[in-house]
Design a protein around this ligand. Structure first.
Ligand code: FHN
Length: 429
């Protein structure tokens, strides 16, 4: 057991994750029907009966996970994470521990089983999101949870001793996910807060079970943290449930994420495409493909991943705006893949016109600002063997013979057009 808990073991587990850099997050469930917010039950303090309406009608007749998987692959995404259970407690999988599940709805389908099968078939790694919070389970403390829809309702006050019965249920469902859906690559727990963290979830016991079933699986840090807090993952003594990567939410950390010695640690920014985790029909909120690409470059330039969220509708369709944006992102990645996958932070300082990413001797310049005349390459004087545009493999004209002329100051390059291009650096560096 001890061998799984070391930082070295964790870094080994995350090698694929740090290479793949770009994943799809999918928030989908009963809240896709009201399509106002995935927290609609809490925000509007819906009773069980009021929310039951959505359970009774949930029937994603258009759910075709193979099409979702093909979209993700063509968008350049290398892994995908689906909500198997969100805070409302509704299970998208055939759990034997509850009747509140997709197989009992009009859908009559195990939506998680179809998801993992379809995405694996497209060559993507698969992950499951699982909510630690559960507003449906009778033993989850209504009044103890500042978010619970019924927190102010005496009818729902419960004996906190039953909370351990909820934790047994939670552990049991995690076991079901690990044992019944084949090899999972990632578990995305969500989320800890106040004193609801760590051993409150009996996290050490949970980790022992997880590692005994799927020892290779990687996890986020939210058994003890959330989108703002890191937990112990960056400390010298991480807990056994610190996770394998930090999970900043709706933010790209200005300096990336480092440990107490300043050494980068794996992290993944989870970002919505349209300011909503679940489905919304509001098209005006979407980020452009250009923004998505530049945010992905920013994450990679800081040694991080981007988990880009989509919210399919209650029929199982992905909104057209999402399809269009991901298609455009995929076209860019198809030509510029080598400047993202396997790349990380450059040894050179961030230039003022854009960003660098780097993979060994290969330096990639992502130029966002058009220039008049040569583009200034800080610190690259005499350091570049040749330069090529990634999009069409054309030669980038270097304003002076790099290995001969000594520039009075840092190197300059004149570019046919400000684009993304690669710099094979000399091997004798
Ligand atoms: O409350 C959830 C929220 O609905 C969403 O799932 C995000 C995704 O990271 N996590 C929690 C908020 O931090």
């Amino acid at each position: 057991m001890k061998q799984h808990n070391t930082v070295e073991a964790s870094r080994e587990r995350t090698r694929w994750f740090q290479r793949d850099r770009f994943g799809m997050f999918i928030h989908w469930g009963l809240y896709s029907i009201p399509s106002r917010h995935e927290w609609v039950r809490s925000h509007e303090k819906m009773t069980v009966d009021q929310y039951q309406v959505y359970y009774d009608e949930f029937n994603p007749v258009d759910y075709k996970p193979k099409e979702w998987a093909r979209l993700a692959r063509e968008a350049g995404m290398k892994y995908a994470v689906l909500t198997s259970k969100h805070h409302d407690g509704f299970c998208l999988f055939d759990s034997k521990l509850t009747e509140y599940k997709s197989t009992n709805t009009l859908a009559g389908r195990d939506l998680v089983a179809e998801f993992v099968e379809a995405f694996r078939a497209e060559g993507l790694k698969v992950g499951l999101y699982y909510s630690l919070i559960d507003w449906h389970h009778e033993d989850y403390p209504a009044y103890g949870d500042r978010y619970h829809p019924m927190r102010d309702n005496e009818e729902y006050r419960r004996d906190p001793q039953n909370f351990h019965r909820y934790v047994d249920y939670m552990h049991g469902q995690v076991r079901e996910l690990l044992q019944n859906y084949g090899k999972l690559d990632l578990m995305w727990f969500d989320f800890s807060y106040d004193d609801m963290k760590g051993e409150k979830w009996r996290a050490s016991e949970l980790m022992e079970m997880i590692r005994s079933i799927q020892p290779h699986i990687i996890m986020d840090n939210r058994l003890e943290a959330n989108g703002e807090e890191l937990g112990s993952i960056f400390t010298k003594e991480p807990t056994s449930y610190a996770g394998d990567f930090a999970s900043p939410e709706q933010i790209i950390p200005p300096e990336g994420v480092v440990d107490t010695d300043g050494i980068p640690i794996p992290w993944e920014a989870c970002i919505t495409l349209n300011n909503n985790w679940g489905y919304t029909s509001a098209d005006h909120l979407y980020k452009s493909a250009r923004t998505v690409i530049r945010k992905l470059v920013e994450c990679v330039s800081k040694n991080g991943n981007m988990l880009l969220n989509i919210g399919p509708d209650a029929r199982g369709n992905i909104p057209k705006a999402t399809l269009d944006i991901l298609t455009e992102v995929g076209e860019w990645l198809n030509l510029n893949a080598e400047s993202i996958y396997g790349c990380g932070q450059s040894e050179f300082p961030k230039p003022d016109w854009g960003r660098f990413t780097q993979n060994g001797n290969q330096l990639y310049a992502h130029i966002y600002e058009e220039s008049i005349g040569p583009i200034h390459m800080p610190g690259l004087k005499g350091r570049v063997k040749k330069a090529r545009m990634l999009a069409d493999a054309s030669e980038v004209f270097l304003s002076n013979p790099w290995n001969t002329a000594m520039f009075p100051n840092d190197a300059f390059i004149s570019l046919a057009r400000p684009e993304h291009f690669s710099f094979p650096l000399p091997d004798d560096r």
